[in-house]
Design a protein around this ligand. Structure first.
Ligand SMILES: *Cc1c(COP(=O)(O)O)cnc(C)c1O
Length: 376
């Protein structure tokens, strides 16, 4: 399962490739066939047989109507997602305030299609999710990054000053941040929201809570700020906590006006009837899945403690992964782990690696391999 190389252009007329795409490779973490996959922050637990049976029945039902286009507005699914958010975070939004698409990656592309574009700028704070600059590139939106502090936090005053200075039309903030695991404290978000509200022409602040369900107790969700900030969007996904990465379902909550703007740029019938049925069936099992998230959080905290006990540095994490280091030659450590059947991610600042929280058995395999490789 490796990505096919990009073929050299055959002799003949040139393809009118946009110059900014020349020589670029498709983005993606290596998809390697190894026993312990801890590199893309998936939920290590496959859906239970209960969930599988429910999804299969819902998909069979959807199949009976596949001669017709799906419900374009997906309001049933958006209502179910609103109900889920109310239980998960205590914040109630209307179905019309929820937007769903094929993964939160597509949600974010919709945001930049609606609010970015030529002559406009998107702003984020590095190190952060490596897909953000690609959404900007693909929508011809300018891209500017501020720096995170040594502890991967964001200084509220510096962030507000940067927003005022850059005057972006979109600010992208991952919380918990990937690859660092850092959650954004409310005062930082409030400072950015206030600065964004003063940007001439307007500025949308997107908080990407792809890992929101894994936040530690007492860590707030940006959903709590939605009611007072029509220029705020909080994005979530079913790919991580929900264990449904293969289904491709992401969503956001925001003001009705913001969601209505996304409805303008989406492709017609962008969310298939099969996808909608799958997501709705899985959402009926949210309570069982949330219990599993609790177990993964405990496993994460234990992993952070273990790494620190080995004289390594591990960043505080509110997500289902841990950034750890620091290694003089992180690539050698990554390769050594891979040679022992454990795939982690070579990402983040120089010297660090990122490992996803797996099952207890997978985490044990990671620990054993790391002890050997790093000579702990
Ligand atoms: C994994 C991840 C997502 C989720 O992407 P999907 O398209 O929903 O699978 C979004 N944001 C960040 C920061 C992520 O790490």
């Amino acid at each position: 399962m490796t990505d096919a190389p990009v073929r050299p252009a055959p002799a003949g007329p040139a393809l009118p490739l946009r110059p900014e795409l020349a020589g670029l490779e498709p983005y993606g973490a290596p998809q390697l066939d190894v026993p312990v996959l801890l590199n893309v922050n998936e939920n290590p637990y496959a859906p239970s047989e209960d969930v599988v049976a429910d999804i299969a029945a819902a998909v069979a039902d959807a199949a009976r109507g596949l001669n017709r286009y799906p419900d374009r507005e997906a309001l049933g699914l958006r209502g179910d997602l609103a109900d889920y958010l109310a239980v998960e975070s205590g914040v109630r939004v209307a179905p019309e305030q929820v937007w769903a698409a094929n993964g939160s990656n597509e949600v974010m592309l919709h945001l930049l299609q609606a609010f970015g574009g030529p002559g406009r700028t998107a702003l984020s704070f590095a190190p952060t999710y490596s897909m953000y600059p690609e959404y900007a590139r693909d929508t011809s939106t300018g891209w500017v990054v501020g720096r995170r502090a040594e502890d991967f936090g964001i200084d509220p005053d510096e962030a507000a000053a940067l927003v005022a200075d850059v005057a972006p039309s979109v600010v992208l903030l991952a919380s918990p941040n990937n690859p660092t695991g850092t959650a954004l404290p409310t005062p930082v978000l409030e400072a950015v929201l206030a600065a964004a509200a003063r940007v001439p022409g307007g500025c949308v602040v997107v908080v990407d809570e792809a890992y929101g369900e894994f936040r530690r107790r007492g860590t707030p969700s940006a959903l709590a700020l939605l009611a007072d900030h029509p220029h705020l969007a909080v994005s979530r996904t079913m790919s991580k906590a929900f264990g449904l990465a293969g289904a491709r379902v992401g969503y956001l909550a925001g003001s009705r006006a913001l969601v209505d703007a996304l409805r303008v740029v989406r492709l017609p019938y962008h969310l298939s009837a099969v996808t909608q049925a799958t997501a709705r069936a899985a959402l009926r099992h949210a309570p069982a899945l949330m219990a599993q998230v609790g177990a993964l959080r405990d496993e994460r905290d234990a992993l952070v403690a273990w790494l620190r006990g080995q004289d390594l540095v591990a960043a505080d994490s509110d997500a289902n992964f841990v950034l750890f280091g620091r290694f003089a030659d992180r690539h050698a450590v990554w390769q050594g782990l891979l040679d022992r059947g454990v795939l982690v991610r070579e990402t983040g600042p120089e010297g660090w690696l990122r490992v996803s929280v797996g099952t207890p058995q997978e985490t044990a395999a990671f620990r054993a391999a790391l002890v050997e490789v790093a000579g702990l």
